[in-house]
Unconditional design. Structure first.
Length: 553
């Protein structure tokens, strides 16, 4: 068609890309790794299907009871829950989110309309979108069983709500990635995120304060203020449109639906502005425009005591790269906010209400250490992912892969040590200093868990590499097979360490846990050393796979 100056239509482009994706899946099954990837996808899909069906059943029954009891305004509660889950789940569980990046398609002569629709189609197959759609479908069935005449109008409203959530999620990701791509906006976003999380912690004390008030009217007054606000937002508008149709108030119901459509148009336009800039080739690089840097003085690399110069060079590169990644920094500060959430949030209320949680603060430091280790999983299991085409320089440089992997592990270990130190300070401030025996047991547990995670992560980095972009939330996902393996490793470590800590707590002597975990750490350190010594041979053996996966455009 290009010979005659014609460009394919949007449906033709969409069908071509769909066929291409299908052929990629079929061709990947020719290799053992492709079959393992498919098996991993099936297992993860079964888990999500169970969650989708269970959630749809629960929300459907709840919606049925609300309509049957004559309280349709309560539908706002499950709709707000679906909204928050839909937006938060892709960030909190990035390891199991979809791994396709539609921005790669900009290399091809796509129409903008095709690119926009493909971005929406990729987002529609995200696990959060699939689960949220299932749950809203269950709610629709529950409302339909309660009031069959209301079913067509309910389906229309819920479809609009699905479209709003889908557009809103894509809009948030697109603009956050835009802001995180530059240093000034990245710093501003970090400050706003911290302020938001700190203000979020005030919910627990606020609820406790309201519960202590003698007059019920005071609590009622706060809800009277919040109720009109939530009714003016999309989840509240969707619930109000259904409730007003039930009474029936046709014009009020239609006006709420019209306002919901107005939100959809506003979000779609905001997303359109961002995607159109991407489509036109916007470059958000922080590299100076001039070919030669202004400051041409030679800078000496880091001199890490006791570390060879090649290892120190790779260590410096890794550390600088990670510290410039906005999504990585936000992920790494999450353990501190988890401590705040436990201290001031619902878990604090549960600790006061239930004797079983009375000694919860005793385990705050081990829990924070375990969570900090978990936050590094995506980095450890795909340590070459961010190098991309730079992996070629490793094969050409006079440095062994053992030294490269050792430097990467060293950088991850330093980040872990920094997080544990900050977590210790936070625990001491929020709960009081942990007992010395508990500190020793926690450090012994890390000495057991970290080498084992590094050993497995080094193998996965060689056998299941994947090119990632740590400047983007959407492009940090490992392969499904890697995610399942690391999940199994984490369950094994948590199971062993949890059993040992339970025994030590039963005898009220954490030195038992220290001795046992130190003995296990000898095994994990031996396994790490054995795998590290074989990395050079494995890298040469898997050289073609590494280059093919990480150098792809």
């Amino acid at each position: 068609m290009t010979e005659f100056g014609l460009s394919p239509s949007t449906p033709a482009q969409l069908s071509t890309i769909a066929e291409l994706r299908w052929r990629l899946v079929v061709n990947s099954l020719r290799s053992t790794r492709g079959k393992l990837e498919l098996l991993s996808q099936v297992l993860i899909g079964i888990g999500f299907a169970a969650g989708g069906l269970g959630g749809a059943t629960g929300l459907g029954f709840g919606a049925y009871m609300m309509i049957a009891a004559g309280r349709p305004e309560l539908l706002a509660l499950p709709l707000w829950f679906v909204f928050f889950f839909w937006q938060a789940f892709p960030v909190l569980a990035s390891a199991f989110s979809g791994g396709s990046d539609s921005s790669d398609l900009l290399r091809f002569p796509l129409r903008y309309r095709s690119y926009f629709l493909l971005r929406m189609a990729y987002g529609a197959f995200d696990p959060a979108s699939v689960l949220g759609s299932f749950w809203l479908f269950g709610m629709g069935l529950g409302i339909g069983f309660a009031r069959p005449a209301l079913l067509p109008w309910t389906i229309l409203i819920l479809l609009a709500f699905v479209l709003f959530n889908l557009l809103f999620l894509q809009m948030i990701f697109a603009w956050v990635e835009r802001w995180l791509a530059q240093r000034r906006t990245r710093e501003l976003m970090g400050i706003l995120f911290i302020l938001f999380m700190l203000s979020f912690q005030l919910i627990g004390p606020l609820i406790a304060h309201l519960e202590k008030r003698s007059a019920h009217a005071e609590t009622r007054r706060y809800f009277d203020i919040l109720a009109p606000v939530q009714r003016a937002l999309p989840p509240g508008l969707a619930a109000d449109a259904i409730a007003q149709a039930l009474y029936p108030h046709v014009m009020a119901s239609f006006s709420s639906f019209a306002l919901l459509c107005g939100f959809i148009l506003l979000i779609a336009y905001t997303l359109h502005v961002r995607l159109l800039a991407q489509y036109r080739g916007e470059n958000l690089s922080e590299v100076a425009a001039s070919a030669l840097p202004r400051d041409r003085t030679l800078r000496i690399g880091w001199n890490v005591p006791g570390v060879p110069i090649p290892v120190a060079a790779v260590f410096e590169k890794e550390f600088r790269f990670l510290m410039r990644s906005g999504p990585v920094l936000i992920t790494l500060v999450m353990p501190i906010f988890a401590l705040l959430l436990i201290r001031f949030g619902a878990m604090n209320q549960a600790r006061n209400a239930f004797p079983a949680f009375a000694r919860l603060p005793d385990m705050a430091f081990p829990a924070a250490a375990a969570y900090a280790m978990l936050m590094l999983t995506n980095l450890i299991c795909n340590s070459f992912g961010a190098d991309g085409a730079g992996i070629q320089f490793y094969f050409a440089a006079p440095i062994s892969f053992r030294e490269i992997v050792l430097a990467k592990n060293l950088s991850h270990a330093c980040i872990l040590v920094a997080e544990i130190t900050i977590a210790f300070i936070a625990v001491s401030f929020l709960y009081g200093p942990p007992a010395f025996s508990l500190i020793c047991a926690t450090l012994a547990g890390l000495l057991f868990a970290a080498p084992l995670n590094f050993a497995v992560g080094n193998l996965l980095s060689i056998y299941a590499p994947k090119k990632v972009d740590y400047s983007s939330f959407r492009n940090q996902k490992p392969r499904p097979s890697s995610a399942l393996i690391t999940l199994a490793v984490q369950l094994f470590i948590v199971g062993i360490a949890g059993l040992i800590f339970s025994i030590a707590r039963y005898y009220d002597n954490f030195w038992i846990a220290t001795i046992a975990l130190l003995a296990l750490s000898g095994i994990s350190l031996t396994a790490y050393r054995m795998i590290l010594n074989r990395i050079d041979g494995l890298a040469v053996e898997r050289q073609e796979t590494l280059l093919a996966e990480l150098c792809r455009v």
